[in-house]
Each structure stands twice: as structure tokens, then as C-alpha cells.
Design a protein around this ligand. Sequence first.
Ligand SMILES: Cc1ncc(COP(=O)(O)O)c(C=O)c1O
Length: 350
Amino acid sequence: MTIDLGHHGDTEVAAGLIDLAVNVRHAPRPAWLAEPLLASLNDLAAYPDATAATAAVAGRHGRDPAEVLLTAGAAQAFVLLAQALRGARRPVVVHPQFTEPEAALRNAGHHVERVLLREEDGFRLDAALVPADADLVFVGNPTNPTSVLHPAAGIAALARPGRVLVVDEAFSDTTHREGVPGEPESLAGRRDLPGLVVLRSLTKTWGLAGLRIGYLLGPAQLLPRLAAAQPLWAVSTPALAAATACASPVAVAAEREIAARLAADRVHLVDRLRHVPKLTVAGDPASAFVAVRLPGADKIRLELRERGYAVRRGDTFPGLGPDWLRLAVRDTATTDAFVDVLTAVLKERP
Ligand SMILES: Cc1ncc(COP(=O)(O)O)c(C=O)c1O
């Protein structure tokens, strides 16, 4: 079967369905974000100027502005990398993971090699599986869809001269570890690793998927090549206003609180799921979603839709298959109602 790499959770959502398919947080926008966003509409007659937002993002991560490139969502960063690094000889994508890196590479004409992490290993990164001469490597951390958070040291060990190592940290702001002040395994502040490119998204936690805002952090020598592949004025003035607001200390502190609450909601979801017969929760989930294996999941997903719930199919992720689903972590009331419906659906199956 050819896997549809272009399938995403948003196409599974429809009016009237409770959305457990898309990992964007649904919450009112705080004033520190809503106000500058609205105010930016007064400036729409001017072409966007990314200077201030780039400096703000650089400041947030302790980087130089020359090491920051703002993008129309992290999704655009995959395309820039794939286009600008057409000369890569051996691009490798570590799966299961978000499918856009591979899709962007293929669209740019690359021959892509897949490294498949295994369920038996808890989908943990096995650096030995990555070919030594791979000169362009994509890995997600935490990984969509498995929700596994790899140790930063294990990923850092993949960096080497002559290789561009792309770490998709679109969900890093959702991770939390008790007693650790920041994001527990982020490499965003690391400037010492050769060829390291870290991708970040502001669309998930801040509910800005429609605004399209993200960025990449990487070596100052590499970034002009990526910027050259970007359309002119790719990031709109409202998106730049959001980037500036979300880089502030207030925003970062709010992110940490949201991540801590999410961790509690995730524990609740995983605990409830562990009591569902025949269902296995993948790995050790650390992000805003969990992947589950459930025999017949492809049919169960359709039955859940009839009962009002949209969940993300798992079969379009290389390394998973028709018995997999991805579920967004929601508040405990939504989780309880969902697990009750799932349990009822399973009871009624032959
Ligand atoms: C792992 C991962 N990376 C990147 C993206 C792209 O995010 P953005 O909305 O910033 O383009 C997504 C979106 O679903 C994602 O799941």
C-alpha cells in the first residue's frame, strides 16, 4: 500500500465532531497575545518587517538573530530545507514521525531513506540505525505521533560535520518534567553542535494554526541558503506580532504552566486508556497526544465518528499501520466521555 504522506488530522475533523484528531490547543487567547495580534491589523498596508520578531525569538533561545529564520509555520521550514539542500546525497527520515519532512524531500526530488523505530523499543531513538554517511537527517522531538521524547544527548550524538541534523521541536513546548525549569530535552539553545537545525512551531500551544507561524534555529552560515528558498514576505505582519509576543518571558512562563497542566491531563488519559481491553499505549507519552494500538482501529475510528468523535488515523504514518490511532490529550471531562464511548464501541463489536 502506498502511504498518503499528505494526510493530516485536520481533514478528519468535521462540524459536530469532538476533535481528538488535531493537536492544537483549544483555549481563549491571552491578552498579551490577542492585543498585539489585533493591533497588527492596523499595519497591514506595509510589507512585513521581520527584524523585531527575529530579535525577540533569538533572545528567547539565547541565540544570535543571524541564527533565526521565521517561517510560515514549521511546515514551511521542511520545504525550505528540502529545496535548499537538494545536493544532499543520503537524506534519512526517522519514522514514525510527522510525514511532511519526507513529503517535502520527495517533492524536491530527493530519494528518501526511512529509519523505522520499533514498538518493542518503545519507539525510542536507536542512533545506530541512522547510516553513518547520512548527510541530512530528520528526527522529531517529542515525536508526532508516538509522543516519545528522546533524550537530548541521544539526538545531539547524531550531529556531525558534513551532516545537517534537523530536529523538529514543534511540540517541545508541550513537554514538562517535574523539577526541571525549562523544556526537558530541547536542543534549541545549542550552538555548539555542527549542522544542527531546530524547528519550532507557535501554532499548537497558542492555537494559531490558521496564522502560520514558526521558525528555525541553526548555524548562521546555513540560514541564508534556507532564506533564499523562501518566498518574499513569507511571514505576515500578524504572524510576526505573534512571534514577538510568544517569545516574551510572560509567554514562556505561561507555556511552562500549560505544559504542567497538560502533563496531568495526559496522565489521566493514559490511565483511562490502560483500562481499555486490547488497547496498548505506545512508548512513554510526553506530548499533547498519545498513539495507541488497537486491533481493528481503522474500523473503530469510523464507529467513533458516528458517535461524535474525530480521532487521527494511524495508518498514514510509516512504521505504524491500520491498528493504530493518535488521540489528542484534552481536559479530563472530555477524556472520560471519550473513553466511555470507546469502551461502549468495543463492547458492541463482535
Ligand atoms: C510534528 C510536527 N511538526 C511540524 C508541524 C507543522 O506545524 P506548523 O503548524 O507550525 O506548520 C506539525 C503540524 O501538525 C507537526 O505535527
